[in-house]
Design a protein around this ligand. Structure first.
Ligand code: NDP
Ligand code: 8X3
Length: 250
């Protein structure tokens, strides 16, 4: 039984990952901004799987909140064996000359700085114990840049770069670093990207069978089941109907 901290567990991929690990009997620290959803999920997982769940609601964009949340961990909760940096978002889909600067900042602050704040707070105890696994949720958008995806794609390229950098820095301590890169997954992602426009959000998945959050959770869980000497450095997973960021069988 291990302790797993999952950021962005109130919806989509993070929520599915939380359920996948709870099913296996692991202790979970689940995080997100929406306290009510987080508490409901904690109660559900506790009831369904009889596991210990600690909900911590905070905004990963705030260095102070992130440090305070991790600093509040007590006793056994301090030892995080697996950190899953999943919280993230795309906001807007505009050419660079029309981009909304606030949208850009939300993406950069969440997808890059948030991931860094949490990793900086959790990694030292892994280093001290010479044990641990950090999983960063990247994207196919971290490999390919698609039209109007500019800043979102740049943040996911940063996740790619940081995953490689962390793997080098963690090497002397035997800490695994994995990047999981999903293609299109039908979650609240597009609803957030299109600022609540349900039509635009559902159109994004029209005409093909996208991944479900549970598919990504399964792949993520798999990466944590391998022997001590084996690490999945980087894994890209798309729907069968999606070849890459540009080609879909619609
Ligand atoms: P969802 O919108 O369904 O879930 C996003 C999660 O991130 C929520 O739990 C949300 O919680 C959390 N989150 C967002 N901003 C913050 C913040 N500032 N502080 C704390 N938590 C935050 O999207 P997905 O599940 O699809 O996305 C999860 C990850 O997967 C993201 O990193 C995304 O980039 C990546 N991804 C998604 C793909 C897709 O097609 N869906 C494909 C490839 C990668 P709350 O709002 O409660 O704070
Ligand atoms: C999310 C997948 O293709 O919308 O990372 O960028 S995509």
């Amino acid at each position: 039984m291990r302790t797993v901290l999952i950021t962005g567990a109130t919806a989509g991929i993070g929520r599915a990952i939380a359920e996948r690990f709870a099913r296996e009997g692991h202790k979970l620290i689940i995080t997100g901004r929406r306290a009510e959803r987080l508490n409901e999920l904690a109660q559900k997982l506790q009831a369904d799987y009889k596991v210990d769940i600690l909900p911590l609601h905070f905004d990963v964009r705030s260095k102070e909140e992130a440090q305070k949340a991790v600093g509040s961990l007590e006793g056994n909760w301090k030892q995080v064996d697996i950190l899953i940096n999943n919280a993230g978002l795309a906001v807007g889909l505009d050419p660079i000359q029309e981009g909304n600067i606030d949208d850009w900042e939300r993406m950069i602050d969440t997808n890059i700085k948030g991931l860094l704040y949490i990793s900086r707070a959790i990694a030292p105890q892994m280093v001290e114990r010479k044990s641990g696994h950090i999983i960063n949720v990247g994207s196919t958008a971290g490999r390919e840049t698609y039209p109007k995806g500019n800043v979102y794609c740049a943040t996911k390229h940063a996740v790619d770069s940081l995953s490689k950098a962390m793997r080098i820095d963690m090497l002397p301590y035997g800490i695994k670093v994995t990047q999981v890169r999903p293609g299109m997954v039908e979650t609240e992602f597009s609803l957030v990207r299109f600022k609540g426009d349900e039509q635009k959000a559902s159109d994004a998945y029209k005409g093909f069978k996208a991944l479900e959050a549970e598919d990504v959770a399964e792949v993520t869980y798999y990466c944590t089941t391998l022997p001590e000497h084996v690490n999945v450095n980087d894994i890209e997973v798309t729907a069968t109907a999606q070849a890459n960021s540009f080609f879909k069988n619609v």
